[in-house]
Design a protein around this ligand. Structure first.
Ligand code: HEM
Length: 623
């Protein structure tokens, strides 16, 4: 995978005197000061020192080799945008620099690509120029984040962005001409303060105006400098959106919904900021961008990402594969492959189009792979396994709850319709799935047992007081099946959503209730008298099961459900037992991180059964 820098700038070595050409003052020009060095001037005013990397492909390629960069996508310097000039001048100027960019790329040994610039003050001219440039070999367009007082949500700009999506042009948004220059006269504050705010303003304008609701998902748009202050202040924006109708704007969803509609580059210059950006935007949405070769650019391009604690596969995305997708670079390769003579029918894999569902986007694989956050620093090798095993259990717990809920619904319907047996069979079929899942859950502990006790102890103290004791889904399974213990609720107070789910389960009829309710509705279990004790009711239920087994020919369907419930009960006990063995193997008889006595507490849970009547019925059966 090539390493691709999507945000860096070039400056042609020379171009005609624009002030003389258009007979208007204050055009940018380049003043060569000594070999390999120059100043950018705007009219008589000094703007910036630059050096040969801006115009000399040899210097660029050498520095790319030094930094381990395979491809750079160069773009002009915003000072050349000319959005405030008459359209014919701005178009002429854009064409000149666009052709100069291609000329530089042609000497870049295939490693230099380019974004064009357009006269954004005129939508028609901007659309035409981007089409001309795409045909000539540019990969997209760099635009400024505003045109005078007009933000990116302007109807004309939105039309232009639509056109970019249609013509396959990637868009890089660069802040420029920062607001309130009179309040930021010194210390480069327009760059350090103005630029991040300008960029945030552009993103917020596109979101709140509903522009992203109207623009096609095929639009590929990236904001420079990590999207400015947007990611850090998203929470503030989201809060305003939810609580103040006036802050909602015209977008259909809360702002965070639109994070998958744009990209941000990695030019944030701080490890914590990069981590935060990736955490907010997602690992698929951040691209290497350096601002090279300007003084505020990354000195060793790519080092921020390479030296970060991000997982290797995330680094690979940021360094290259996200850019390949953003720039449609590998789409070209795919087309070549498909058109090639060795493309035998039936043997070439289907390649999804950018806006189609893929394996990864459907299953949210990138998001899933971002969810493991070790506490140890540097991460202990075995902590990843520890996290993954627990997460896998939780995923299966989710499926168990899903299926057990369906079992409850089927049994409830079975009790309501005396004739149909379909619901009973369906309940048995789903219960079989639950037993198969639980069998896997019992087995899975062996993987964790490959972790040495010493390895666990190396990071165990970082986990306190986190413990499986607080697994809301595990407790939900218990409550759903009928093992309800209200006292357990207090351990879940710190997580209000989990607490609410458990409280609901506590108040709802359980699987146990619904199962015996159905038998009662079908006349297989007598209504208990008001005065009957709990013990008498229990014995009546056990006898009802006993009766079913005795009359096997008429109750095959219900016996099947009973067998599955028994097996499930049995497997949950096996799970408890294997968990205890694991606990003893890893921490002996130490106390748990959740504050219990550890293995000795867990041993007390071994006698718990969801359906004790099913076991009691076995004792009642005679030869
Ligand atoms: C190194 C591995 C593990 C150790 C040392 C361990 C230890 C313990 C201990 C000591 C308890 C008792 C509560 C406490 O005081 O913390 C407990 C409870 C629990 N653990 Fe684990 N555990 C491990 C792995 C797992 C795994 C992989 C799961 C899978 C989800 C899990 C799920 C649970 C559950 C659900 C409880 C509550 C059981 C109940 O209250 O009946 N544990 N664990």
């Amino acid at each position: 995978m090539p390493v691709i820098d999507i945000h860096n700038h070039f400056f042609p070595k020379s171009w005609p005197d624009l002030a003389a050409r258009y007979r208007t003052p204050d055009w940018p020009w380049i003043k060569h000061t000594e070999p390999g060095k120059a100043d950018i001037m705007v009219g008589d005013r000094f703007f910036r020192h630059i050096y040969a990397a801006c115009w000399d492909p040899e210097v660029r390629l050498q520095e790319m080799d030094r930094d381990g960069i395979d491809i750079q996508v160069i773009s002009a310097t915003p000072v050349l945008f000319a959005y405030d000039r008459p359209i014919e001048q701005a178009l002429d100027c854009a064409q000149m620099f666009n052709d100069a960019a291609l000329d530089l790329c042609s000497r870049g040994k295939g490693r230099l690509k380019s974004f064009c610039q357009v006269p954004l003050q005129n939508v028609d001219a901007a659309c035409k120029e981007v089409s001309r440039c795409m045909a000539a070999g540019h990969l997209g367009v760099q635009i400024g984040n505003h045109i005078g007082n007009t933000n990116l949500d302007d109807a004309g700009v939105v039309t232009f962005l639509h056109h970019c999506a249609d013509s396959g042009a990637a868009v890089l948004v660069h802040p420029w001409e920062m607001f309130a220059p009179e309040r930021m006269p010194k210390y480069m504050m327009p760059w350090t303060v103005g630029m991040p705010a300008e960029t945030q303003l552009s993103i917020v304008a596109l979101i709140l105006s509903g522009a992203f609701d109207r623009l096609p998902e095929s639009l590929r748009i990236c904001f420079a400098h990590g999207g400015g202050s947007f990611a850090f202040l998203l929470g503030r924006l989201e809060n305003a959106w939810h609580h103040h109708p006036v802050a909602r704007g015209d977008c259909e969803y809360p702002p965070s919904h639109y994070l998958n509609r744009f990209y941000a580059d990695s030019a944030v210059f701080d490890q914590r900021a990069l981590q935060f950006l990736v955490g907010t935007m997602g690992a698929d949405r951040v691209l290497l961008g350096s601002d090279y070769p300007f003084p505020l650019g990354e000195e060793r391009v790519g080092s921020l990402i390479r030296q970060s604690n991000l997982p290797q596969h995330t680094k690979a995305k940021l360094l290259g594969s996200n850019a390949e997708r953003f720039l449609h670079l590998n789409a070209d390769a795919t087309e070549i492959h498909h058109g090639g003579s060795d493309a035998t029918p039936g043997s070439s894999p289907v390649v999804p189009k950018p806006n189609q569902l893929t394996y990864s986007s459907y299953l949210k694989v990138p998001e899933l792979l971002e969810l493991q956050k070790p506490q140890s620093a540097p991460p202990h090798h075995d902590e990843l396994l520890f996290i993954l095993v627990h997460q896998t259990y939780e995923l299966w717990f989710k499926e168990l709850l899903h299926d057990l809920d369906a079992v409850v619904a089927n049994l409830r319907r079975a009790g309501e319709s005396q004739q149909s047996h379909d619901e009973v069979y369906e309940a048995a079929r789903l219960l079989r799935r639950c037993t198969e899942i639980t069998r896997v859950l019992v087995e899975q502990f062996t993987i964790l047992e490959t972790m040495l006790p010493t390895h666990f102890l190396a990071f165990r103290n970082l986990l306190e007081p986190a413990s499986g004791f607080q697994s809301e889904q595990f407790r939900e399974i218990e409550f759903l099946c009928g093992l309800k213990d209200e006292k357990m609720l207090r351990y879940h107070r710190p997580t209000p959503e989990g607490y609410a789910s458990l409280k609901r389960r506590l108040d709802e009829p359980s699987l146990h209730d619904v199962f015996f309710g159905a038998l009662r509705a079908l006349g297989k279990l007598k209504e208990p008298s008001e005065s009957s004790t709990e013990r008498e009711r229990f014995e009546a239920r056990a006898r009802a099961i006993h009766e079913l087994y005795k009359d096997e020919n008429h109750h095959r369907d219900w016996i099947d459900v009973c067998e599955r419930l028994t097996e499930f009960d049995e497997l949950i006990v096996s799970w408890r037992l294997r968990h205890i063995q694991l606990v003893e193997r890893i921490i002996g008889v130490r106390m748990g991180t959740g504050g219990s006595a550890g293995a000795s507490y867990l041993k007390l849970t071994l006698d718990k059964k969801f359906f004790p009547e099913l076991w009691e019925a076995r004792t009642l059966l005679t030869e």
